[in-house]
Design a protein around this ligand. Structure first.
Ligand code: COA
Length: 302
């Protein structure tokens, strides 16, 4: 991809199958990935697996668990899958019991599971709001808490990576529920890194930019396509003049939880080719979220 003026954009990354870290960096480690059966969670899990980690995939969906298992087995790593709704503290405890039974206590936790769909704020039902905040923010806390308590009791070092979103800083029109929840997740990174650092637990955040993948929910994909045409037509809308390759997110995650990043904690790393800082001298005309989503005028129901 290049711009109209011929500028090349950011170079393409090394090919699939290459790693940013030495082979075997995660030999003997287990990595627990929530929502690791699909999309970006799966991509992150694969990069840990390539570097020697055993993987535990936690998900509500048996289909997603099967997909996660297949992806990890395909790179030749050990994998355990556990059905778990991260909103349920007891289920989270049971998931860690299952992980420990199979591999011992995971050294790394990737809080990737989240809930999201676009909606004008005024159309969100109380339960829709609650559901997204409950999965994204409360679920992230419950899983982190369970993981940290086990490490504190064992006196073992550990690392947490929370998958975030750049609208944690900017707000996210059309995503009030998710943006507010992700702001909470980013804030937790900063609090928990300080609370748990003395016990050897790092806590960092990782924010993906646009990484098209086949598991994108239909409403998010359709929203992007409406705004910018087919997914591969989005490259020229990024300062990088390209979208992200999933392995680039995996490399960032594996670095953050690795021995080479031991002095990095409380940090949220954005992997988006600077897209979230993009500004123009003059803004395009405002289109309301209702119009962007093809909703008619807001009407109070009787
Ligand atoms: N638009 C508006 N409201 C929605 C919605 C949508 N697309 N999807 C769910 N809701 C509302 C439901 O109507 C319900 O509210 P109500 O009781 O007032 O009707 C509330 O949210 C809970 O929905 P429910 O389906 O019972 O919750 P759930 O626990 O099964 O899961 C999601 C809800 C959001 C997690 C679901 O949409 C989902 O699984 N999404 C795919 C995974 C995902 O979001 N990945 C993140 C991509 S960034």
């Amino acid at each position: 991809m290049s711009s109209e003026s011929g500028t090349p954009g950011l170079p393409a990354p090394p090919p699939t199958g290459t790693s940013a870290l030495p082979a075997g960096t995660y030999d003997g480690d287990t990595v627990f990935v929530t929502g690791g059966g699909t999309g970006l969670g799966k991509a992150i899990a694969i990069e840990f697996a390539r570097l020697g980690a055993s993987i535990v995939v936690a998900s509500r969906s048996s289909d997603h668990l099967a997909a996660g298992r297949a992806a990890i087995e395909a790179v030749g790593a050990e994998v355990e899958v556990v059905e778990c709704d991260i909103r349920d503290a007891e289920a989270v405890g049971a998931a860690f019991d299952a992980a420990e039974d199979r591999f011992g206590l995971p050294r790394v936790l990737v809080n990737n599971a989240a809930a999201n769909f676009p909606s004008p704020a005024e159309d969100l039902s109380p339960n829709a709001w609650r559901t997204v905040v409950d999965i994204t923010l409360n679920g992230t806390f419950l899983v982190s808490r369970e993981f940290a308590r086990r490490h504190l009791a064992a006196g073992s070092p550990a690392s947490i990576v929370n998958v975030g979103a750049s609208y944690a800083w900017t707000g996210g029109p059309g995503f009030a529920h998710s943006a507010a929840a992700k702001a909470g997740v980013k804030n937790l990174v900063e609090t928990l890194a300080v609370e748990w650092g003395p016990f050897g637990i790092q806590v960092n955040g990782l924010v993906p930019g646009l990484f098209p993948h086949e598991d994108m929910t239909d409403d998010i994909r359709e929203g992007l396509e409406q705004a910018g045409g087919p997914m591969d037509g989005h490259a020229d809308r990024q300062p990088a003049l390209r979208v992200g390759e999933r392995r680039e997110l995996g490399w960032a995650a594996t670095f953050l939880a690795s021995p080479y990043a031991r002095f990095i904690s409380g940090h949220t790393l954005v992997v988006d080719g600077a897209n979230w800082q993009r500004r123009t001298l003059a803004n395009p005309p405002i289109t309301t979220v209702r119009d962007q989503l093809g909703r008619g005028a807001f009407l109070l129901e009787d």
